[in-house]
Every structure is written in structure tokens, then in C-alpha cells.
Design a protein around this ligand. Structure first.
Ligand code: NAD
Ligand code: TDX
Length: 327
């Protein structure tokens, strides 16, 4: 199997690549991977250092919106796994242009090339944020989409476009929608790595609004195992949720991070709320469990602890990123 992975130098894409290539390189069905990544501020070849010398791995620096490049690269691939995106909600509030270009137009370029070259399967990595916000209960895969931020609106557009290529052109498309990921190699602008790296540096952390917003946290390794299952065995044209089953308020999460980093509430700034801040996300993962046997394996306690340890031990990875992004 030859897989084209977009955004493979980012947080989740690089975990997916490292996991794919962790198996026996001499086995008959070992996958070969091509990464297509623009190396934006959040893309980092250091995330792929452990696989860079692997003969099954090819890295191409380039933009998914570059139709000529994508057209050249696509032939010979059996599967596309599409991670590349502008991924940070706060940046989309400050300016939505790059979100529409990469997330919407870039996805259309990839879908057209995959269709033209008869790629066997297109896995589109989407998000629970396409549903908006939910007060009680959990979203099922047939829930109507109602995104609230420019980021989630651009992800909803690309998600629906991918499903439209299945319905219109009969392409083999599968869509995954996951909850909030955390773990090693996450760019230190997202809540968990931002708070941890701030606290490790003795700085303060900004908690938005009343801190009562709820997120369902999913360890990145569980997410990638779910994507792998869907890539191999999901049914064409279907949407699958990948969740962590751990809902916590931002306040509760902040308390855990303060404790893990040896700080207290004196280090917290209660700042103005994010505009349009979604109150709660909650995914039902019954479909993926019932069809493909998925359950998250990493408990939040264990995952959070190992994540804090990783950031503590890998300053050389995050310090230059923070400096460059002026975080
Ligand atoms: P990330 O920001 O860490 O990585 C994005 C990667 O895409 C980077 O390597 C970047 O260089 C690359 N990229 C951006 N624009 C590109 C372009 N035009 N052409 C080629 N490459 C480009 O993001 P992430 O957290 O790893 O998210 C990966 C995917 O998962 C995204 O589609 C995101 O919407 C989705 N997702 C993320 C989360 C989460 O909690 N992080 C949750 C749900 C869904
Ligand atoms: O400084 C902060 N203070 C704060 O209180 C930041 C960065 C965030 N927050 C809050 C906002 C959210 O309620 O923490 C929560 C998590 O925020 P983010 O880490 O920015 O994640 P979120 O907005 O929930 O979106 C994430 O999950 C879904 C990813 O960034 C998306 O790519 C994914 O689709």
C-alpha cells in the first residue's frame, strides 16, 4: 500500500506516520508513505526525525493548493490521508483567509487529483467542531453541521466537499471527526502545550471566560489508531467519530496542569472569552466501537502525565518554536 499523507509534519500527521512506519520494514504489506507538507509555522520536520532515514518514506515540501504539484505526486498512490489544514481557532478569528484557502480549496485540489488518478481511498480528517456546540447528550454521525468559528466553518466545507465527491462521483471517501487531541509534538499554541510550557517557564496562563467550557480529550495515539482502522476497514461514504470519552471543563484541566507543573491558581490570568466560544463538545463513539472495535486505550490521567513529562524533557523541541511564533 502506498499512502499520500498531507500535513504529515504536523502534530497528528507525524504521529500517524511514525506509527505506520513502526512495523517491520521487510514485511510484504508494509506501507510506503509520501508526505506532502508546506511546513507552515506548525509543520516541523523534527517531528519526523525518527523515520527520516526509512526507505519507505519520502518527504515533499509543498502546498496542497498547488494543483500541478499535487497532480504530479498523486499517481501510484492507493490511499490519501488528508491532515493538512490551518488548525488553530484563535488564528481563524484573527484572520480567516488562510483557513479558506488551505482547508477548502486545498481539499478540493486533492479530491480532484485523487479522482483523476483513480486513488483507491480518500480519508478526510475532520473535527467535532463542525457540529458547533452541544448542551446535553452527544453528537452522532448524522447530526446536522452548525460550525461557529471560521476554522470550523472551513473544516465543515471541506468535510462536506469530501462526502459530496463520494455521492456525486462514487469516490471511495471516508471522513473521521475527532475530539480535542493532546500528546507529544503538539504545537505550543493549543491549550495543553501552551499552559504546560508557560508553567514550566514560570509564566502565567490565560484561561478564557469563566473556564466552564467542556472539551472531550483524546490522546493522539488513540486518534491515529482510530484513523488507521477507518483507513483499512471503514465503509465508503461513511463518517466515523473518534473520541476520547473524557469530558472536562477548562477549569478542571487547568487545575490538573497546575498540579502537574508544581504551580497554583496564582499563575492563572482570567482573560476575556474567545469570540463565539463553543461551550461543549461531546462525541458518541458507538459507531466506530460497534463496527470496527475501537475504544480509547490511554486514560486521561496517564496521557496527561506522560505529556507533561515529554514537554519537561524536550525543551529543545519547543523553545525555538515558541521564540519563532513569539508565544
Ligand atoms: P497542525 O497545525 O499541527 O498540523 C497541520 C500540518 O499541515 C502542518 O504540518 C502544516 O505545515 C501542514 N499544512 C498547513 N497548510 C498546508 C498546505 N497548504 N499545504 C500542505 N501542508 C499544509 O494540526 P494538527 O493538530 O496536527 O491537525 C491535523 C488535522 O486534524 C487537521 O485537519 C485538523 O483540522 C484536524 N483536527 C485536529 C484536532 C486537534 O485537536 N489538534 C482535532 C480535530 C481535528
Ligand atoms: O490560551 C488558551 N486559553 C483557553 O482557555 C487557549 C489556547 C485555549 N483556551 C480554551 C479554549 C477551548 O475551550 O481551551 C479550550 C481548548 O482550546 P484549543 O486548544 O485552542 O482547542 P479548540 O479550540 O477546542 O480546538 C481544538 O480541537 C478541535 C483544535 O485546535 C482544533 O484543530 C480541533 O479541530
Amino acid at each position: 500500500m502506498r499512502i499520500l499523507i498531507t500535513g504529515g509534519a504536523g502534530f497528528i500527521g507525524s504521529e500517524f506516520v511514525r506509527n505506520l512506519l513502526s512495523g517491520d520494514a521487510t514485511s510484504q504489506d508494509t506501507p510506503r508513505v509520501t508526505i506532502l507538507d508546506k511546513l507552515t509555522y506548525s509543520g516541523n520536520v523534527a517531528n519526523l526525525a525518527t523515520v527520516a532515514a526509512d526507505p519507505r518514506y519520502t518527504f515533499v515540501e509543498g502546498d496542497i493548493c498547488d494543483a500541478d504539484l499535487v497532480d504530479q505526486l498523486m499517481p501510484g498512490h492507493d490511499v490519501v490521508v488528508h491532515f493538512a489544514a490551518e488548525s488553530h481557532v484563535d488564528r481563524s478569528i484573527a484572520g480567516s483567509g488562510p483557513f479558506v484557502v488551505t482547508n477548502v480549496l486545498g481539499t478540493q485540489v486533492l479530491l480532484d487529483a485523487a479522482r483523476k488518478h483513480g486513488v483507491g481511498r480518500f480519508v478526510h480528517v475532520s473535527t467535532d467542531e463542525v457540529y458547533g456546540s452541544i448542551e446535553t447528550g452527544s453528537w452522532t454521525e448524522d447530526w446536522p453541521l452548525a460550525p461557529n468559528s471560521p476554522y470550523s466553518a472551513s473544516k465543515a466545507a471541506s468535510d462536506l466537499l469530501a462526502l459530496a465527491y463520494h455521492r456525486t462521483h462514487g469516490m471511495d471517501v471516508v471522513v473521521t471527526r475527532c475530539s480535542n487531541n493532546y500528546g507529544h509534538f503538539q504545537f505550543p499554541e493549543k491549550m495543553i502545550p501552551l499552559f504546560v510550557t508557560n508553567l514550566l517557564d514560570g509564566k502565567r496562563v490565560p484561561l478564557y471566560g469563566d473556564g466552564g467550557n467542556i472539551r472531550d480529550w483524546l490522546h493522539v495515539s488513540d486518534h491515529c489508531r482510530g484513523i488507521d482502522l477507518v483507513m483499512r476497514s471503514g465503509r465508503p461514504g461513511e463518517v466515523y467519530h473518534i473520541g476520547g470519552g473524557t469530558e472536562v471543563t477548562n477549569k478542571e484541566l487547568t487545575a490538573r496542569l497546575l498540579a502537574a507543573c508544581g504551580a497554583d491558581w496564582g499563575s492563572v490570568d482570567h482573560v476575556e472569552d474567545r469570540k463565539g466560544h463553543d461551550r461543549r463538545y461531546s462525541l458518541s463513539i458507538d459507531k466506530l466501537r460497534d463496527e470496527l472495535g475501537y475504544t480509547p486505550r490511554v486514560s486521561f490521567e496517564e496521557g496527561l502525565e506522560s505529556t507533561v513529562v515529554w514537554y519537561r524533557e524536550n525543551r529543545a523541541w519547543w523553545e525555538p518554536l515558541r521564540q519563532k511564533a513569539a508565544l
